[in-house]
Design a protein around this ligand. Sequence first.
Ligand SMILES: *[C@@H]1O[C@H](CO)[C@@H](O)[C@H](O)[C@H]1NC(C)=O
Ligand SMILES: *[C@@H]1O[C@H](CO)[C@@H](O)[C@H](O)[C@H]1NC(C)=O
Ligand SMILES: *[C@@H]1O[C@H](CO)[C@@H](O)[C@H](O)[C@H]1NC(C)=O
Ligand SMILES: *[C@@H]1O[C@H](CO)[C@@H](O)[C@H](O)[C@H]1NC(C)=O
Ligand SMILES: *[C@@H]1O[C@H](CO)[C@@H](O)[C@H](O)[C@H]1NC(C)=O
Ligand SMILES: *[C@@H]1O[C@H](CO)[C@@H](O)[C@H](O)[C@H]1NC(C)=O
Length: 466
Amino acid sequence: MTLPSSCVSKHHLRISPSPKLLFFILSTCCFTLLILFEIQSLHTSSPSPSRSFFQQWQNRTLAQDLSSLNEKLRLSVTFLPLKDLRYSKKPLEGHTWFMSSMYDTHQEGEVQYQEFPSEASHGRLLCLKGHETHEGSSNYYALAWPDALPFNATLVKGLTFVAYNHYDYHNIWHSLGAFFPFVAWHKMNGCESPERWVLFQKGELRLKTNPWLNTLMGATFGREPYIEVFDWVKDEEPVCFEKAVVMRHNEGGMSRARRMEAYDLIRCKARVYCNLNLERRIPEIGMTMLMRTGARSFNNETAVIEIFERECRRVDGCRLMVAYANNLTVCDQVKLMSLTDILISPHGAQLTNLFLMDRNSSIMEFYPKGWLKLAGVGQYVYRSMSSWAGMRHQGAWRDPDGEHCPYPDDDGRCMSVYKNGRIGYNETFFTEWTRNVLIQVKARKLEEAASREDQSDSASNTCHCG
Ligand SMILES: *[C@@H]1O[C@H](CO)[C@@H](O)[C@H](O)[C@H]1NC(C)=O
Ligand SMILES: *[C@@H]1O[C@H](CO)[C@@H](O)[C@H](O)[C@H]1NC(C)=O
Ligand SMILES: *[C@@H]1O[C@H](CO)[C@@H](O)[C@H](O)[C@H]1NC(C)=O
Ligand SMILES: *[C@@H]1O[C@H](CO)[C@@H](O)[C@H](O)[C@H]1NC(C)=O
Ligand SMILES: *[C@@H]1O[C@H](CO)[C@@H](O)[C@H](O)[C@H]1NC(C)=O
Ligand SMILES: *[C@@H]1O[C@H](CO)[C@@H](O)[C@H](O)[C@H]1NC(C)=O
């Protein structure tokens, strides 16, 4: 505590004041000190060393009231289930059942998020309790003021990202969806990076993600995500976070421009991380077939590759690359995509890589029989993603033939037959389609080369963040 300057300077006064004045000054000072001391004790619970000196003058009732009020506040911290069972069957119908009592902060066109502490949380921190991995309604959340944390709570320092995912963290598409809004937040908040991540799927704690996501997020945030598993804390003991950001709507609410900027940042950081030379020979057109094995692979790869190879050979500067997503390292994928202008690939998670191409690149997608009628809106995710990442989805080919389903082909039961179907080919269709795409891409590349010369806008190794 600093003493009021009028009290301190009194000792240096050279004039000798009258006893009356001295008494007045002294009593004013003592009173001021007493008040200051009371104010101080509102802010801190640790006793200051000078406390005992003033104890005899103190009216302790105020302090007692405060501590009993604090006790009441601590007792009144209410934990609610992370998964609100009232809405558990309707997560896709707009009901937010993860932390259902909370509202997001959302500005037009920006990412939707919750931040603790914040004005919206009235200065309260986020606390979590439980680390159940099978039942989301057995994990809990609560808000608490920093000086009235629930009993037995541990306060963890630094910034914590809390991710919510309705699907899983193994599939690269679904895991990127859950992490993506944090990239936008990071960009919006002076590139602040988290100390740790807490991952939930349907309110259940998840302990790890996949190597692809770890690498890309490591590149973006400066270090690989440290996933908090709470193995150091007892089940019934709460953990409160000095600062936490919660995302539960993926990219929802973000404008296309904001989404493109966030994808731009990950792409740029990934290329720097993988040590790629960002300069490309301009007239070159990279055409990449990203193949799958098993479900939704091409029936006759040789025949399909032959078609694209032939069409590529007809165009100056076109180079065909054929790769299997399953045996490429993450940096191999980043590099391959940086050389790709036309991505040819069946519907599937490997298409998530599409945002790693230069902007304005093209995607050609393939589906097995039966998907159009039965697969629901999920089958269009890569078309949407192409648009969000600033790419051009050049349409899809749907195989009219495929495995036989014993029910009518719009019967939901057929999806289990078609889901993992394989994909044939139509030489006439593939040929015409590829020719059209190549014409467009060639024109775009020439245009871009011309405008790049004007602006001498050379690729740089600094990624724009913030
Ligand atoms: C000081 O303590 C007395 C006796 O406990 C109480 O009656 C009085 O209200 C207190 N005054 C203040 C300002 O708290
Ligand atoms: C805090 O922890 C102690 C020791 O584990 C336990 O006895 C006590 O009941 C706990 N208090 C609360 C409020 O949970
Ligand atoms: C695949 O296509 C090639 C070329 O069109 C053909 O020669 C070959 O017989 C086909 N393979 C199978 C297994 O159908
Ligand atoms: C990559 O995977 C494909 C399909 O599984 C396989 O045929 C090929 O040999 C693999 N290549 C390498 C270099 O491992
Ligand atoms: C992508 O295409 C649009 C429209 O043709 C153009 O305005 C934009 O500059 C292109 N973006 C890049 C990064 O080349
Ligand atoms: C192959 O595609 C062409 C061009 O779209 C179409 O006219 C033809 O009917 C298709 N063939 C088969 C067997 O589906």
